[in-house]
Design a protein around this ligand. Structure first.
Ligand code: NAD
Length: 482
């Protein structure tokens, strides 16, 4: 079986750990590759090489560094379909969804090229007699990127192009569940001509993360994944004097007001809950209505959800792919059992709609619970699957209050035709990404991806704008007297 390769110092190498993790095609339920256990020696070696490469890379003029990014951008566009196909094979999402994943990555390359010019410093003449003072932003060294399974291409690119444009080098550890897309992209990084050691891929699971966090030459870590792991990486990383930015789990609320354009919005609402099979940190999870529009919204939502076609993401006509693993499918099914036990009313049961063509795939159809109450598990916990829970609020104020009790703060959306409602919602809801008539409130590359509360650890968020420029550089003050 194919073993995922490390990419170190411009060469693909097989790690020497034992094959520990399996990569599946989740639509077929079939193993397609193996990931070797990360070994401290090889990970430390990759970091040493990245460290040596950084000493030279930081001296490459910024305009030349960006030329590598432009070459990479072209190669990503030219190979969009190929990368998207690999993403669909290893992850299960539809081909169109995978293409979206790659396009968002490319937009971050473009945004990084632009953002890097923000490092322009500040200077003052004569702060004392004959003394000038200057503030410059300088690169820091080797950064690590540790990514989750659900956006195998986009999420590493929330960080990678910014780090290298600003003069750092990067070691990427993709999810052991979906490492193939990044492995393919390493070929393009090689073709783009980046000097050896500037971008490296190492593989593994928790053990590889620990070796990264324990290595003194790693100055910062960009992490995205579940809250317990994000918290662990944040605490261990910062206690080892690294800067850490950590995107984490979510529970997102979608409010549909009685004045919303339901007909015009329903496909967008459905996309929020069932796009990417619900395995999206911005996915709608709880649908909030008022009493007066509850029946109308539920009827329209259920009709559309029931029409979604499950299947292999490379086949045209597929609306929704499988979940990532059998264990995750069972976990989501367990949430359905809990929902029923706790008194939720299941009105669409996805367990009844497997894919007839792919009986071994990890499929679960769209599911809907009605009359979910505060305090129920479905109301509070991240499910990360195609399960929607309907909650009826007494008013918009009541809905905002309920949302703000959540431990998470990644995203919330309102559908309304009232500017007043929209304003009250966007001001009142304690989440970092707010949608107004937009079901997946995903900031474009040059805005920060702004999770809050237990959805984020650290201060400076992923993606463009100021945050990544600050994260990937350090200030230096130069005081001169001539
Ligand atoms: P995960 O936490 O299991 O894994 C993420 C990364 O951490 C992987 O590279 C994995 O190898 C590593 N890892 C796993 N367990 C570890 C441990 N015990 N110690 C150290 N490292 C460990 O997450 P996942 O299942 O791959 O991804 C899904 C989660 O990611 C969801 O909770 C989702 O909400 C979240 N997510 C958040 C964002 C965001 O921006 N906030 C974006 C995408 C996904």
């Amino acid at each position: 079986m194919k073993s995922i390769m490390n990419y170190v110092n411009g060469k693909f190498e097989e790690g020497d750990g034992k094959e520990k993790y399996e990569v599946f095609n989740p639509a077929f339920g079939k193993k397609i590759a193996a990931v070797r256990e990360g070994r401290r020696r090889e990970i430390d070696g990759a970091i040493d090489d990245a460290h040596d490469a950084q000493l030279k890379w930081q001296r490459v003029p910024i305009s030349d560094r960006i030329k590598y990014l432009f070459r990479l951008e072209n190669l990503l566009w030219n190979n969009l379909d190929k990368i998207a196909e690999v993403t669909t094979i290893e992850h299960g999402k539809t081909f169109e969804e995978s293409k979206g994943d790659v396009v968002r990555a490319i937009q971050n390359v473009e945004s990084a090229a632009a953002a890097s010019y923000q490092i322009m410093g500040k200077s003052n003449k004569q702060i004392a007699t004959g003394i000038d003072e200057e503030l410059v932003r300088v690169p820091l060294g080797v950064f690590a990127v540790i990514s989750p399974f659900n956006f195998p291409v986009m999420i590493p690119f929330w960080f990678l192009p910014y780090a290298v444009a600003l003069g750092n080098t990067v070691v990427i550890k993709p999810s052991e569940k979906t490492p193939m897309s990044m492995e393919m992209i390493m070929n393009l990084i090689s073709e783009a001509g980046f000097p050896e050691g500037v971008i490296q891929q190492i593989n593994g699971g928790k053990e590889a993360v620990d070796y990264i966090l324990e290595n003194k030459k790693v100055v910062g870590v960009s992490f995205v994944g579940s809250t317990p792991v994000a918290e662990y990486v944040y605490k261990k990383g910062t206690s080892n004097k690294k800067r850490v930015q950590g995107g984490a789990s979510a529970k997102n609320y979608v409010m549909v007001m009685p004045d919303a354009d339901l007909e015009g919005s329903i496909n967008n609402i459905i996309g929020s809950f069932y796009g990417n099979a619900g395995e999206r940190c911005l996915a709608g999870s709880v649908l909030v209505t008022l009493d007066e529009n509850h029946d109308r919204v539920l009827k329209a939502f259920k009709k559309k959800a029931a029409e979604l076609k499950l299947g292999y993401g490379m086949e045209s006509g597929t609306d929704m792919g499988p979940l990532i693993r059998k264990e995750h499918l069972e976990r989501v099914e367990n949430y359905i059992d809990i929902g029923i036990e706790e008194g939720g009313k299941i009105v669409l049961d996805g367990r009844m709609s497997r894919s007839a063509k792919y009986p071994k795939g990890f499929f679960l159809g769209p599911s809907i619970f009605d009359r979910v109450e505060e305090g129920m598990t479905l109301m509070n916990e991240e499910i990360f699957g195609p399960v929607a829970s309907f909650y009826t609020a007494e008013s918009l104020d009541d809905a905002i209050e309920v949302m703000n009790k959540s431990r998470y703060g990644n995203a919330s959306t309102i559908y309304t035709t009232s500017g007043l409602n929209a304003r009250k919602f966007s001001e009142g809801v304690d989440a970092g990404n707010i949608g107004v008539n937009v079901g997946v409130a995903a900031p474009i590359a040059f805005y920060p991806f702004s999770g809050r509360k237990d959805s984020f650890f650290g201060d400076l968020h992923p993606q463009g704008g100021d945050d990544n420029v600050l994260f990937f550089t350090e200030r230096k003050v130069i005081i001169s007297k001539w």
